[in-house]
Design a protein around this ligand. Structure first.
Ligand code: RB5
Length: 141
C-alpha cells in the first residue's frame, strides 16, 4: 500500500504546496488545504495536520506558510508532532536521521521551488537512525 503524505498550507504557502503535489504525482497526497490564495490563518492548517497525525491516519506531513515559522510553531504545540523547518536538504536529512521529524515545514517566501523539491525528496526518503537518538526524541514529548 502506498504511504499517504498529508500536506497543508496557508495562503502564503498555497502555490508551493500545489507545486510540490505536481512535482511528485506518484505520491498519495492528503491535501488538508488551503485551496486558494485567499487569506487564511496558518494555525488552522497546522491544526488540521495535528488532527490527522494524532488520529493515527497519517505518519508524515508537509506544512507550508510564508516563512515556515508560524505553521511549524503551531504544529509543534502537539506532543505528537515533530515539525522541522528546513531550508536545505542537509537539514531535511539530519532532522529525519536524528530527530525523527514527522512533519516538514517549508517557507515559500524563503525557499525556492527547486530547493523545496530537493528538501521534500530527502525528507521523505531518509530513515530515522535510532540508536542514541531514540532517548533524545523520547524526551521531546
Ligand atoms: C502570512 O502572511 C504569513 O504571516 C504566514 O504565511 C507565515 O509566514 C507566518 O509565519
Amino acid at each position: 500500500m502506498k504511504k499517504t503524505i498529508a500536506i497543508a498550507s496557508d495562503h502564503g504557502g498555497y502555490e508551493l504546496k500545489e507545486a510540490i503535489k505536481e512535482k511528485f504525482p506518484d505520491l498519495e497526497w492528503d491535501d488538508l488545504g488551503c485551496h486558494s490564495t485567499d487569506s487564511v490563518d496558518y494555525p488552522d492548517y497546522a491544526q488540521k495536520m495535528v488532527d490527522v497525525i494524532e488520529a493515527g491516519k497519517i505518519e508524515s506531513g508537509i506544512l507550508v506558510c510564508g516563512t515556515g515559522i508560524g505553521i511549524s510553531i503551531a504544529a509543534n504545540r502537539s506532543p505528537n508532532v515533530r515539525a522541522a523547518l528546513c531550508t536545505d536538504a542537509t537539514m531535511a536529512r539530519l532532522t529525519r536521521q536524528h530527530n525523527d521529524a514527522n512533519v516538514l515545514a517549508l517557507g515559500a517566501r524563503i525557499t525556492g521551488a527547486e530547493s523545496a523539491f530537493d528538501i521534500v525528496e530527502t525528507f521523505l526518503n531518509t530513515e530515522f537512525e535510532g540508536g542514541r537518538h531514540v532517548r533524545r526524541v523520547e524526551k521531546l514529548s
